[in-house]
Design a protein around this ligand. Structure first.
Ligand code: ZN
Length: 215
């Protein structure tokens, strides 16, 4: 029996050094975007490719200098305030990883395209929807110009279906609210309640009763 082909990322066995490209890793919170980004970057690093990693500088939930996923995998990264700083800082990198892309503005799209035009493999991870379920720029624009798009899913905490949405369970209407577990939970299309930010915890559709689950 054949081993199952791997494949969410492009396989460049005979890489033309002149040719760069853009990979987008998107999905809801808790879908494993950062883990997937780290996995790809680690593999490139094992192959002795020069790898550089950037993330927005105000994302300091865990660390100023590490790209850290919720399961505490991490790689050292450079915090930047604007997307254009990535262009200035990237010198010899063959692979550039960018995490939390939703915190950059639309300038990130042209930055990624310029890097790819230089021959760089660009891997961008970020939320593709905000907590109201609306497309979260610049991810939609990045997905359009990328060669490869990987959409990951979390597991709906209500019904166990693949979750495509980030349900906000903390109050507030700031689109850029930081903080993971305490502010959001993954929900599927059926269970997602975009208007219920701040009160969703007490009004879950079809909620499983945790107290009786083992009876
Ligand atoms: Zn559900």
């Amino acid at each position: 029996m054949h081993e199952k082909a791997a494949p969410m990322e492009p396989i460049a066995l005979h890489r033309n050094r002149e040719t760069g490209w853009i990979e987008v890793i998107c999905g809801s919170m808790f879908s494993g975007k950062t883990e997937e980004l780290i996995r790809r970057l680690r593999r490139a690093r094992f192959a002795r490719q020069r790898v550089e990693i950037y993330k927005p500088s105000f994302d300091n939930r865990f660390s100023q200098v590490e790209v850290t996923s919720h399961d505490e995998n991490s790689l050292i990264s450079t915090p930047v305030h604007t997307a254009s700083q990535i262009l200035l800082l990237t010198q010899e990198a063959e692979v550039v990883g960018i995490d939390e892309a939703q915190f950059f503005d639309l300038e990130l799209v042209s930055v990624c395209e310029q890097l790819a035009a230089r021959g760089t493999r660009v891997i961008v991870a970020g939320l593709d929807q905000d907590y109201t379920g609306q497309p979260f720029e610049p991810l939609p624009q990045l997905m359009a110009v990328a060669e490869y798009v990987t959409k990951l899913h979390a597991v709906c905490v209500v019904c166990g279906s693949p979750a495509n949405h980030s349900q906000r369970i903390a109050a507030g209407s700031n689109r850029l609210l930081l903080g993971a577990e305490e502010a959001y939970e993954p929900r599927c299309r059926h269970c997602f309640r975009p208007a219920e930010s701040g009160e969703a915890n007490t009004d879950r559709p079809h909620a499983r009763n945790a107290d009786t689950a083992n009876e």
